[in-house]
Design a protein around this ligand. Structure first.
Ligand code: UDX
Length: 444
């Protein structure tokens, strides 16, 4: 078993660390945030992720998982150091590599024995070369150090499951020494391993994410056309999905993709290509379609209502998808400011994301409207003139059409996740708009 240090305790770093400990490695997580480290030492997860806290507590008890701010000690004792710090988007769309550079320098100044450094963060192709050079430039002791790439493919909301049951592990190395160390770490996972060169591994991550983003934008584009020509996107997706070359997943049309990966990684790859004098036209289209899609229902509602002034608007679902408390690039965050600018009194509810939402927004008068946080969906819907659904939480999906009818002043619902049967909504007397679906009167 290997002695591992993990830099960064966000989704990527923390989940990887806990899963490494779970399969038997000894893992020390390093973060600069003392409060967060204290919390994790007590077995509390700073992120909402199914099964993570239980696994943390189990491995803390087994003395296989440690949390510290003392990076020097952690790095000097490790045989392999994983970097899982953030690479947020810069204003021009490029990836900000400052956190990686900082950690790389700390590693260089701490290590006292031969060590493999593995970049798990999503980084532009060629970054591993730079990180290796950077570490070598700042090395204090005469030790062997090499950098490898090991991109992460977990999805938020199912992060632990995705790590323990990954479709594949991608490792990118430039030497047998590095390859063998990584193969050893991943052996207990018993998963398919794709071992490639460092630059290809870096590219696999972007190419995979951007392909999925493109798939969603494509379905959204087709959904919009379906509405115009009288077809139904769900029937179309069903028909497409039987072709294994297309696949069954990530075919859901809606209010566009959000989250910490697709929006950032599409822009970063587009930027990388541009830097090399090449225009990635497909990725550009995915970005453009997504940007329009996020407010498509707001625009429809504005046309229908003329003005939002003085209207009670219920917003159900704030997070970028169900199963996470993450609000990054969430469609709700694009629409709420628009609603407020347009004079709406917005009542928001989310079963998990409200706490994070409160860090961004305050209750009360905002722009031309007002904002109220609701403890349950009923409070949001009560006497509302219009409702927007932005996240596919099971609790929101379980709302019966009759409840919308009974609770709202005027039952007008814009559903950005296609959660309810069109026919049932119509039968309950609701004026219902979703994305790319056939109106009830045209259904059999
Ligand atoms: C994604 C990738 O799935 C994962 O492999 C990668 O490591 C990180 O990026 P994540 O962002 O957590 O993971 O969630 P994902 O389930 O892929 O959804 C991303 C966004 O696309 C969400 O806003 C989601 O609502 C949207 N989406 C997803 C759709 O609109 N339609 C779909 O069919 C699937």
């Amino acid at each position: 078993m290997t002695k591992i240090a993990v830099a960064g305790t966000g989704y990527v770093g923390l989940v990887a660390a806990v899963c490494f400990a779970h399969v038997g490695h000894t893992v020390t997580c390093v973060d600069i945030d003392e409060e967060k480290i204290k919390l994790m030492q007590q077995g509390k997860s700073p992120i909402y992720e199914d099964g993570l806290e239980e696994l943390m507590q189990e491995n803390l008890k087994k003395d296989r998982l440690f949390f510290t701010t003392d990076y020097k000690k952690a790095y000097s004792e490790a045989d392999v150091i994983f970097i899982g710090v953030g690479t947020p988007e810069m204003p021009d769309g490029s990836a900000n590599l400052n956190y990686i550079a900082k950690v790389a320098r700390q590693i260089a100044e701490s290590i006292v024995k031969d060590c493999l450094v593995v970049v798990k963060s999503t980084v532009p192709v060629g970054t591993n070369d730079k990180v290796e050079q950077f570490i070598k430039d700042f090395l204090i002791n005469d030790v062997k150090v090499e950098v490898a790439s090991n991109p992460e493919f977990l999805a938020q909301g199912s992060a632990v499951h995705d790590t323990l049951h990954a479709a594949r592990i991608v490792i990118g190395t430039n030497s047998k020494w590095a390859e063998e160390k990584l193969l050893e770490i991943y052996k207990p996972f018993n998963l398919p391993i794709v071992s490639v060169s460092r630059r290809s591994a870096e590219m696999i991550k972007y190419a995979s994410n951007d392909f999925l983003a493109l798939k969603i934008s494509y379905m959204n584009d087709i959904a919009n056309l379906c509405e115009l020509v009288g077809a139904d996107i769900e029937e179309v997706a069903l028909g497409m999905s039987y072709d294994e070359r297309i696949g069954k997943r990530h075919l859901n049309a809606g209010v566009g993709f959000g989250g910490s990966c697709f929006p950032k990684d599409t822009k970063a790859l587009f930027y990388l290509a541009k830097q090399h004098g090449y225009e990635l036209k497909t990725v550009k289209a995915a970005i453009e379609v997504n940007s329009d899609q996020k407010t498509i229902l707001f625009k429809k509602a504005k046309n229908r209502l003329i003005t939002f002034e003085g209207l009670k608007v219920a917003v159900l679902g704030l997070t970028f998808k169900a199963g996470t408390d993450d609000l990054r690039e969430a469609p709700a965050l694009e629409n709420i400011p628009l609603l407020l600018e347009n004079g709406a009194d917005v009542y928001v509810y989310d079963p998990v994301g409200l706490e994070n939402f409160k860090k961004i927004y305050k209750e009360g008068r905002q722009k031309n409207g007002s904002l109220t946080f609701c403890a349950d969906y009923k409070e949001a819907l009560k006497s509302a003139n219009v409702c927007f659904v932005f996240t596919e939480w099971q609790e929101i999906k379980n709302i019966k059409p009759g409840e919308y009818k009974a609770l709202m002043r005027t039952p007008l619902v814009y559903d950005g996740r296609n959660l309810y049967p069109v026919k049932a909504m119509k039968e309950a007397g609701i004026e219902y708009y979703s994305v790319g679906r056939m109106p009830a009167e045209r259904l059999l």
